[in-house]
Design a protein around this ligand. Structure first.
Ligand code: FAD
Ligand code: SF4
Length: 535
């Protein structure tokens, strides 16, 4: 057995109970921590398995490790017995369960407790481990007990009553149920203000005068030197820009500060500019978005807490914050976030295998370098590599749109999204990427593919003005690749989509075009496919 040096925070030779805390289970309000018990050992570990199950952005791994270590420190301060293991301590263990097995023996553990993992692969692993340690021949058996993470609004067991497997479930219907059940933005049993959805009031483009007013993101200077050194020492391959200091919130206090900053400076215009994109804002790269996804997904913040804080800000400042902005934001947390989690769990493991459009192309190398002549792609990719962040529309209508139009294999798309974003954990990444963005689930999340020509990108951004390609051109040598690829996609998938009522208009527009024009568009698209690596 490799040497597992006891931390200064756990000095005993044996404990009754071992409680595992995973890196995305940093919920300080969990009922586990209400009482201190000298017989309970909390274990947190930096693991090769977690750092390598996909190639992550370096800032993402550092953010998780740093937030974990801060959380462990807070538990010690509160008087709990904690063992924090670094990559140095765990390097001999390729699997988490081997480490747990050794810890159970070393510390004479009688009960192993864990919170339900949010990722299927970890849930399966810990479930199997629980069975294994319960029936150990010739050794004392260990009882395994699973707890809720006490994070989401819906309990895990309730998910199948909200979402049916292998079929489309309307997010809007789900969201209305959630509003009623949790009594959020309700006036009795009617929606506050008389409307469920204020989308029509939202979604503007930035005018040049708006750019100046965009607030700078609240960033931090967290020291990540030791994590970076450990990643190099243990040959962990990463992607993205290696920042000197980490700007992301890595403690509950920093997370609360980001939330507070959002409510004060961004919420008043959140919905209005939710879908807008610009390459002119430079260091104001997160625009009016909240940047709370990492804090939420690591559970440093709870969804209820975020909703309460936003409602509080709204009630305090109804003259500057409109219901449309608040509803637009709450729909993301109460609606989309809980919805994609339910879609994930009722459809796993088959969800991760879906490839309805039989897409098989490889991702071009600019996804890792940002070097492309397409300005929209360049900006979204560079920002993702620099900050491990892009907002929803950049993910959906720029990079995601590109991948759908070019028929990139959903496995490749998933791996990239899962690796690059600070907030990417499979339960939330997979339904968004494979489902909403790539339509690889055949419509379980979206009723039609989220695709567009360059027109949409031009409508919502200023990218096209400075692009090498011409958004007005369709089939010339300098024509925007999105234009011809849009028609190519519709044409190559006509058997699947021609009877889809939500996309029928596009097919009618395609059939109305002259044969010569259709031919020219398909030829230009074929050129783009053949030259995808040089675009
Ligand atoms: P805001 O725009 O300020 O929104 C507030 C919060 O709402 C977010 O923090 C998030 O918790 C929630 N939210 C908004 N949209 C969604 C959604 N579609 N699904 C779930 N929650 C949502 N989000 C992740 O947390 N992890 C991912 O791995 C992830 N992958 C995505 C992949 C694709 C292809 C797409 C289209 C979206 C993905 N999203 C993902 C959703 C969304 O893009 C991010 O939650 C958001 O950009 C995070 O930034 P923010 O906190 O500034 O969000
Ligand atoms: Fe993107 Fe096309 Fe506009 Fe260039 S012209 S920025 S490729 S949409």
């Amino acid at each position: 057995m490799p040497q597992l040096t006891p931390n200064k925070n756990n000095t005993q030779k044996s404990y009754k109970r071992l409680r595992l805390i995973l890196g995305d289970q940093l919920n300080a309000a969990h009922s586990w921590y209400r009482e201190r018990d000298a017989q309970t050992l909390y274990v947190m570990a930096e693991l090769h398995q977690e750092a390598c199950y996909t190639q992550h952005h370096i800032q993402k791994i550092c953010a998780f490790f740093c937030a974990m270590e801060n959380f462990a420190g807070a538990l010690v301060q509160a008087g709990h017995e904690v063992m924090y293991l670094t990559l140095d301590d765990t390097c001999a263990y390729s699997r988490l369960t081997h480490l747990l097995q050794d810890l159970c023996i070393e510390y004479d553990i009688a009960a192993f407790e864990y919170q339900q993992p949010d990722e299927y692969r970890l849930e399966q692993q810990l479930e199997a481990f629980g069975v294994e340690i319960g029936h150990q021949a010739g050794r004392q058996s260990v009882a395994a007990v699973r707890y809720s993470t006490e994070h989401f609004l819906l309990d895990h067991q309730e998910l199948p009553t909200y979402i049916k497997p292998a079929q489309h479930n309307r997010m809007e219907a789900f969201y209305r149920k959630m509003r009623k059940r949790f009594k959020i933005l309700m006036d009795g049993d009617k929606p506050l203000g008389g409307q469920w959805n204020y989308d029509a009031d939202n979604r503007n483009k930035f005018k040049p005068k708006d750019i100046k007013a965009i607030p700078e993101p609240l960033v931090f200077s967290n020291d990540i030197t030791s994590y970076k050194k450990r990643l190099i020492k243990h040959h962990i391959k990463t992607i993205g820009f290696v920042a000197d200091e980490l700007i992301w919130p890595v403690s509950r206090q920093q997370s609360l500060a980001v939330l507070d900053y959002f409510c004060h400076y961004c919420l008043p215009l959140f919905g209005q500019f939710q879908d807008a994109m610009t390459s002119q804002a430079n260091d104001k790269w997160s625009l009016y978005h909240a940047r709370v996804s990492f804090s939420l997904n690591s559970k440093m913040l709870s969804p209820q807490q975020v909703i309460n804080q936003v409602l509080k800000a709204y009630h305090k400042a109804t003259d500057t914050i409109t219901l449309a902005q608040v509803e637009g934001f709450i729909r993301q947390i109460l609606g989309w976030r809980e919805y994609v989690r339910a879609v994930y769990w009722v459809n796993m493991p088959q969800y991760s295998q879906q490839n309805h459009l039989a897409a098989s192309a490889a991702l071009p190398s600019y996804f890792w370098t940002g070097q492309t002549k397409m300005q929209c792609m360049q900006h979204a990719l560079q920002q993702s590599l620099d900050y491990a962040y892009a907002h929803h529309i950049q993910r959906l209508m720029v990079t995601g749109n590109f991948c759908t139009l070019f028929g990139i294999s959903p496995d490749e798309v998933d791996a990239w999204y899962l690796g690059v974003y600070i907030d990417a954990i499979e339960w939330v990444e997979l339904p968004n990427t494979r489902g909403m963005s790539q339509f690889a689930d055949g419509g379980w999340v979206a009723t039609k593919p989220y695709i567009s020509s360059g027109n949409y990108i031009n409508k919502m951004s200023d990218y096209c003005k400075t692009c090498y390609y011409d958004v007005k051109q369709k089939s010339t040598n300098n024509a925007c690749p999105f234009n011809s690829m849009y028609w190519h996609f519709l044409d190559r998938h006509k058997d699947i989509f021609k009877n889809n009522p939500r996309i029928g208009m596009a097919y009618r527009a395609w059939l109305k075009q002259e044969t010569q024009q259709q031919k020219a568009l398909l030829q230009r698209a074929q050129w783009c496919i053949d030259n995808i690596h040089q675009l």
